[in-house]
Design a binder for this molecule. Structure first.
Ligand SMILES: C[S@@+](CC[C@H](N)C(=O)[O-])C[C@H]1O[C@@H](n2cnc3c(N)ncnc32)[C@H](O)[C@@H]1O
Length: 342
């Protein structure tokens, strides 16, 4: 029964991808993904794809797109719903436990540095369905906090509303969907969290690369992005770092690493434990785009089991002020440093 459902789903995906081939912007990505889904029809076909096709794709990793990156709203929605589901599943949670801890630790460090009565503002760019945010907000007691999630995929806003509903119903948070992010909106959210015992969570549909048109430097205390970098085209990656450095004194970048363990974990997880062919596609194409341990530069840290965190300090203007200059040592504690970015 499950096998039939899987075969039917793969057939539908391939047919939708076939129609995308008419658009020259997506033709190549559609062909790569059609090859992936044809291989995923059987374990034997998939092993062959991993052995012979995957290494070639790794060499062209900057051009790769997964199903969720393509303009097929139905599959984007299914994919992000499944992602939120697997992240709540005990098996999936384990891979994000390290992330959650790392982000919570960074929030507490920044809070200690700020040392004022007002609430902190954390901006999670590319926050997906909000599962990471949910776990951080739920786990941090007595920290006045505004958690803002920005994402470019409309389906994720709906998923996030559902994810945060239980916290809202228990009176732990106030939840808003804001139409745009700008200084006025951020100030109002900060004020509300400072005056209340509840945390404020706000979600917004938007593009990371438009942020600096409307938000001024220093309006956020911490920016984070997790599992987003591999979705960004190579030419735009420095721009993402630049936006983060200008807007915030501290940014935490997190992602998975290109390693055998993560590939195996993804296949076992999405084929057997939490079967989803769209998640299998997302996990494996993401894995091909992820950096290997040896490629990490700047202030970085390996986060078990298969992830990394990278600390990006903001522009010089923040660090000329005594508070952040003194704080840099605290912030970077526990991180290794390798010449390069950061
Ligand atoms: C793999 S998901 C990660 C979601 C979540 N951060 C997590 O760790 O589970 C990557 C997210 O980045 C979002 N994204 C990609 N490019 C973006 C952009 N330019 N602006 C905002 N969000 C973006 C996608 O919509 C997607 O939700």
């Amino acid at each position: 029964m499950i096998a039939t459902k899987r075969a039917r789903e793969i057939r539908e995906i391939i047919s939708d991808l076939e129609s995308l081939k008419d658009d020259p912007r997506y033709r190549e990505a559609a062909e790569i993904n059609i090859g992936f889904f044809k291989a995923a029809r059987s374990p034997f076909g998939f092993i062959r794809w991993l052995l012979f096709t995957a290494p070639k794709l790794r060499r062209r990793r900057d051009e790769l797109l997964e199903l969720g990156d393509l303009p097929l709203e139905k599959w984007q929605q299914r994919n992000y719903q499944a992602l939120a589901g697997v992240e709540r599943h005990s098996f999936g949670r384990r891979i994000s436990d390290g992330f959650t801890l790392e982000l919570s630790r960074a929030i507490l460090r920044v809070k200690r540095i700020k040392d004022g009565g007002e609430a902190m503002v954390l901006l999670d760019v590319g926050f997906g369905g909000g599962e990471l945010g949910y776990r951080v907000v739920e786990g941090l007691h007595r920290v006045p906090l505004v958690y803002i999630g920005l994402d470019i995929t409309p389906a994720n806003i709906g998923v996030a509303k559902e994810v945060f509903r239980p916290l809202c119903e228990r009176g732990k948070i106030v939840f808003y969907e804001v139409p745009a992010l700008n200084d006025k909106v951020i100030d109002a959210l900060r004020q509300e969290a400072s005056d209340s015992s509840r945390k404020v969570v706000a979600v917004c549909l938007g593009d990371i690369f438009d942020l600096d048109k409307h938000v001024s430097p220093g309006k956020t205390d911490l920016i984070c992005h997790s599992r987003v970098l591999h979705h960004i085209k190579a030419a735009l990656k420095p721009r993402l770092e630049d936006v983060c450095r200008r807007l915030s004194p501290v940014t935490l970048e997190m992602d998975d690493r290109y390693c055998f363990g993560f590939m195996l974990w993804s296949i076992v997880g999405t084929w057997m434990i939490y079967p989803s062919v769209t998640l299998l596609n997302g996990a494996i194409i993401s894995w091909l785009r992820d950096p290997a341990k040896e490629e990490l530069t700047g202030y970085f840290k390996l986060v078990p089991p298969f992830c990394y965190a990278r600390l990006i300090l903001g522009q010089d203007a923040y660090f000329r002020k005594g508070k952040w200059r003194m704080a840099a040592r605290t912030l970077t504690r526990g991180f290794s440093f390798r010449e390069g970015r950061g």
